[in-house]
Design a protein around this ligand. Structure first.
Ligand code: ADP
Ligand code: MG
Length: 452
């Protein structure tokens, strides 16, 4: 008979498959509701939980549940806030101190929230769906979990936009809350200035008495010991007072070097999400949305033409639109394929055929693992070298047009079956190992960037 027992049994099985923290955050909070017409109804506390489960775990849940039930079972995940969470949120507003407006710019607090960087202007696609859901959740005053939230991803993929959108939404939902957006270099400059002018008290007042701190581009702090140390204490103070912290970075914590371990590990306390390069449809949607914001329309063929060519950086998409707008203003000609071709020339340099080479891939992988190309392509069979080697072969197959035998010759004339074997092995490990997924994504990005 199907009952909550079944879910408990499934849970205990699933528990052994994912790490403790993910289990606590995502699975333990999932409750059995009912079983009806071969569908298992589960309840989770938020849209973010649902989105995470659907994205990362629903196939595995189905497998386990179906095996236990011995028949096909549909899974339906509903959002139902936990009882105690509701009670908490109903008292929170009266307890929390609310002061006026945004935090003062203070010593180098800097420009704050830009009016157009809102959720309303953010186009959601597969590449950023989860990050967007996480940001929305964190902007809600009731959300206490996921502190800090860390958003990582390549240049121009919307990290700053999301940070700013959280700021806007947070102030909208909690009027009077103190929000501070600051880039990491500005944080550092303000810190240095505070030391020079003997104004640490003011500095602390600016950065440690906020309800939400949005710190952009933390990779800037790598190697800057003093600033890191200052931020460490800022972080601790805010975190212990349950103030929210949202960070952005160009890489995940696991790839961060030149950073104190105690700070790096704190970045992993909360939730880590990534933004990927948008797919074609999302790029087209972004183009149309931006054109509309500027008061003109983009013919379909033009939008597709641009989106097919500019793939990795949304800022570049915007650059094209700006040029088109100027051209349109100056000439009064409607935007057409002809005008696009004449305007776009320099934007397309390096965008069209992305030339990723085997050398590039080997070099990036070696740089990352701090080894030589000779070692990478050598005969040593220790895991320390075989993982990078397999990963490099996998990336060669994925990112170039070369065949298995062609790739094999670039790894000291190995047999093509060893490349095939490496490819399958990595492919399989990627399904289970999120660290490896992150690493593969990270390397892919590095390789593609350096190919531009
Ligand atoms: P990053 O901080 O990751 O380098 P930004 O947040 O500065 O990137 O984004 C670059 C530009 O692209 C910004 O003008 C931003 O508004 C725009 N942008 C990025 N992602 C989206 C999106 N999903 N929808 C709309 N605009 C976006
Ligand atoms: Mg940015």
């Amino acid at each position: 008979m199907m009952s909550s027992n079944l879910w408990e049994q499934a849970l205990s099985e699933l528990r052994s498959e994912i790490d403790e923290k993910n289990f606590e955050t995502w699975l333990k909070t999932t409750r059995f509701q009912r079983f009806e017409q071969d569908t298992l109804h589960l309840a989770v506390p938020s849209a973010l939980n649902r989105s995470w489960l659907t994205r990362n775990f629903s196939d595995r849940i189905s497998e386990v549940v179906e095996r236990l039930a011995q028949r096909p079972v549909g899974i339906d995940i509903h959002i139902a806030p936990l009882g105690d969470a509701v009670a908490e949120s109903s008292v929170a507003p009266s307890v929390q101190p609310r002061t006026v407006g945004l935090a003062p710019a203070g010593s180098g607090g800097g420009p704050q929230l830009l009016p157009h960087l809102t959720f309303g202007n953010f186009v959601v696609g597969e590449s950023n769906r989860f990050a967007h859901a996480a940001c929305r959740a964190v902007a809600e005053p009731e959300t206490e979990a996921w502190n800090p939230l860390l958003i990582w991803g390549g240049v121009g993929l919307g990290k700053t936009h999301l940070l700013q959108a959280i700021g806007h939404e947070f102030v909208r939902l909690s009027p009077g809350a103190r929000v501070l957006y600051v880039s990491s270099d500005r944080f550092m400059n303000a810190f240095i200035q505070a030391i020079q002018q003997d104004k640490m008290a003011e500095f602390h007042a600016t950065y440690r008495r906020v309800d939400l701190l949005l710190l952009d581009d933390v990779q800037f702090l790598f190697g800057k010991e003093g600033t890191q140390n200052e931020f460490f204490h800022t972080f601790n103070e805010l975190h212990s007072k349950r103030k929210k912290i949202v960070l952005s970075s160009d890489r995940p914590p696991s790839e961060m070097a030149n950073i104190e371990e105690r700070l790096r590990s704190r970045f992993e306390w909360g939730l880590i999400v990534d933004v990927q390069a948008p797919d074609l449809e999302t790029r087209i949607a972004i183009l149309n949305q931006k054109a509309q914001m500027h008061g003109f329309a983009l013919p379909n063929d033009v939008a597709i033409f641009i989106a097919e060519r500019i793939k990795t950086n949304i800022r570049k998409l915007e650059g094209v639109l700006t040029s088109l707008r100027h051209h349109w203003r100056l000439t009064g000609e409607p935007i057409s394929m002809e005008s696009v071709r004449s305007v776009l020339g320099h934007f397309l340099v390096g965008e069209e055929p992305q030339r990723v080479t085997v050398e590039r891939i080997q070099q990036c992988v070696c740089e990352y693992f701090d080894m030589s190309v000779a070692e990478l392509t050598g005969k040593e069979r220790h895991r320390k070298v075989t993982l990078p080697r397999h990963l490099a072969m996998y990336l060669c197959r994925l990112l170039t047009d070369l065949s298995y035998p062609e790739i094999a010759t670039r790894f000291r004339g190995r047999n093509h079956t060893s490349v095939l074997h490496a490819f399958r092995k990595i492919e399989k490990e990627l399904l289970r190992d999120t660290n490896l997924q992150n690493l593969a994504n990270y390397l892919t990005k590095k390789i593609q960037e350096s190919a531009d």
